[in-house]
Design a protein around this ligand. Structure first.
Ligand SMILES: [Zn+2]
Length: 261
């Protein structure tokens, strides 16, 4: 029997999927992926994200201004975001965050958009999908000033201590392609130390390909490979890990899951 899992982070709206989006979804569903969360990146792409979310009962959209595209955002995008959240009802605000790994991304501007969007998430009582690189402690501080209902730290790469602080604030940690690399020792160690009710699976497709698909487009159809690694690392059974990580996503985003066929 195939275990049902949810891809808590896949950018299905991206042009990389324009040629074969339906085929990718079909293959992913056949592999047991029962839900797809598509986070927003820039205002220009929000309509695309929400169109895809509306196109099937197992796809949900989030809206947000991604720190990686900070130069494409403008202040009026925040007003548009408020309006879009009101009218299209995304399940979360995301992908938002702070990326201090890439020096070309203006930190001040990133902080402005992050803090504004955390406040918006609070106003609409929505969880958030966070993208954080080299900034876990800063974001933890910001969450104290701008508390939200929790959410996901996507592609988490911090310490166990930082992970615990996020969990205390209502967050789950997202594990994806990086975990499939045998050299990801620290990450693999972390994945064994966290409670299962704090872990969610993700691909971040079309990026962050796992070991078997290096230099190729990543796809939600490869999500079972993340489950494979967790099964190797953890004491629980494969189906237990599949069920609990899926329930974590459902709980965080209050998803109404379609009945399995
Ligand atoms: Zn992403």
């Amino acid at each position: 029997m195939t275990d049902f899992i949810i891809d808590s982070h896949c950018h299905l709206d991206m042009p990389a999927f324009d040629e074969d989006r339906q085929a990718v979804l079909k293959k992913a569903r056949q592999a047991g992926v029962r839900g797809f969360i598509v986070p927003g990146t820039t205002a220009a792409r929000w309509p695309r994200v929400m169109d895809i979310a509306r196109s099937a009962v197992d796809i949900w959209g989030a809206l947000g201004l991604h720190p990686y595209y900070v130069d494409e955002h403008c202040e009026t995008d925040l007003e548009r975001l408020t309006e879009q959240v009101r009218h299209t009802q995304p399940i979360a605000l995301g992908e938002i965050g702070l990326d201090l790994f890439l020096p070309q991304l203006d930190e001040k501007k990133q902080l402005f958009y992050l803090e504004s969007q955390l406040d918006l998430a609070r106003e609409f009582e929505l969880p958030v999908i966070l993208h954080i690189r080299k900034a876990n402690d800063t974001v933890l501080q910001l969450l104290k000033i701008h508390p939200v209902k929790g959410g996901i730290c996507h592609a988490f790469s911090g310490s166990l201590q930082q992970a615990r602080k996020f969990i205390e604030l209502g967050f789950c940690l997202g594990f994806g392609g990086m975990l499939t690399f045998t050299r990801s020792r620290k990450l693999r160690q972390l994945a064994t130390e966290l409670p299962l009710d704090a872990i969610v699976l993700e691909t971040d497709a079309p990026d962050m390909s796992g070991e078997k698909h290096r230099y190729q487009r990543n796809s939600p159809e490869y999500l079972p490979e993340v489950l494979d690694v967790l099964q190797e690392l953890r004491p629980e059974s494969r189906s237990e890990i599949a069920l609990q990580t899926s329930q974590n996503v459902q709980r965080l985003f209050k998803l109404d899951m379609p009945d399995p066929e």
